[in-house]
Design a binder for this molecule. Structure first.
Ligand SMILES: [Zn+2]
Length: 300
């Protein structure tokens, strides 16, 4: 018994440390995101003036397939030329490394974050929501990092790369469903809106099935699918009786929306995809903070 209580003491001290880290983290987050916004605006402005003129490689008669354009300007080492919307942008080695790092760094924190919510749970609903949310959160960063590593190091294995890319895209749908789950499961909802609890997972399955059959066929449809699934259930959240946390949810949503501009800027802004990753990480961190603060430790 004494042993058990000492374990409990150790465990609760770890929890206290974690929550202090969270508070520090959220302040850093605000500073960091402001820097991020300023930095990316500067990059956008600079890239307009410093890219130089588009130039083809010598001996590259046809632009495509297999011909990578390069900019002779300041960013030539860091960014390849833009590709038509039917093709996939080919990142430089620097961009590949940044793509892997900007999501890889979040794998451990997301696993720890999910576990913290699980151990803070006081009933089986909270535990189940923590489990689903933690799995969706870490699943996103794991599948993204795996895909970007494969795309960088074994790009020649086209089928393997394609499969990892599909997993990366499917994980986004499950991540959106997972991010909404704690709110839908743990907050009081109306007689109609409570059905969103399971509808959102059906939407994730439909989205993933679409990716399975039409991967990269209609890119705009894919993007619209993510936006619809990301924004639609927010209407249910807005109808909640308890509105605490809505502000953080909106801030997180803004990170994702601003990030989409970079998601679409490959070959225009250097490291555009890595910047998109950072916006995703900031959005996810803001939402994690809101869930931790308002659903798992209310009253603190
Ligand atoms: Zn990515």
């Amino acid at each position: 018994m004494a042993e058990f209580s000492s374990i409990l003491v150790v465990f609760s001290s770890i929890l206290v440390v974690f929550s202090s880290i969270q508070v520090v983290f959220s302040s850093i987050q605000v500073v960091f995101s402001s820097i991020l916004v300023v930095f990316s605006s500067i990059l956008v402005v600079c890239s307009r003036f410093m890219n130089g003129r588009v130039q083809q490689y010598p001996g590259c008669v046809q632009q495509y397939p297999g011909c990578v354009q390069q900019y002779p300007g300041v960013f030539s080492r860091f960014m390849n030329g833009r590709v038509p919307s039917s093709k996939r942008y080919r990142p430089t080695d620097y961009e590949h490394a940044a793509n892997c790092a900007t999501h890889g760094l979040w794998i451990i924190p997301s696993l720890v974050g999910g576990s913290v919510l699980y151990f803070l749970s006081v009933d089986q609903w909270q535990a189940a929501a923590a489990w689903l949310y933690g799995a969706g959160l870490s699943g996103l960063f794991i599948s993204s990092t795996l895909f970007h590593t494969v795309a960088w190091k074994i790009r020649h294995l086209r089928i393997v790369e394609q499969r990892f890319h599909m997993c990366d895209r499917m994980a986004i749908y499950f991540f959106i469903a997972a991010s909404y789950t704690p709110w839908l499961m743990l907050r009081e909802l109306g007689p109609w809106s409570c059905h969103m609890r399971w509808i959102i997972w059906i939407m994730a399955v439909i989205g993933s099935t679409y990716v399975f059959y039409f991967h990269e066929r209609y890119k705009l449809v894919e993007l619209l699918g993510y936006v619809a699934m990301g924004a639609g259930p927010a209407l249910v959240i807005l109808s909640m009786a308890d509105t605490a946390g809505l502000c953080e949810l909106a801030v997180g949503g803004i990170f994702y929306v601003v990030g989409v501009a970079f998601f679409k800027s490959d070959g225009v802004v250097p490291f555009a995809h890595a910047i998109w990753h950072l916006f995703v990480a900031m959005g996810a961190a803001t939402h994690y903070y809101a869930i931790w603060r308002h659903l798992y430790t209310p009253g603190h």
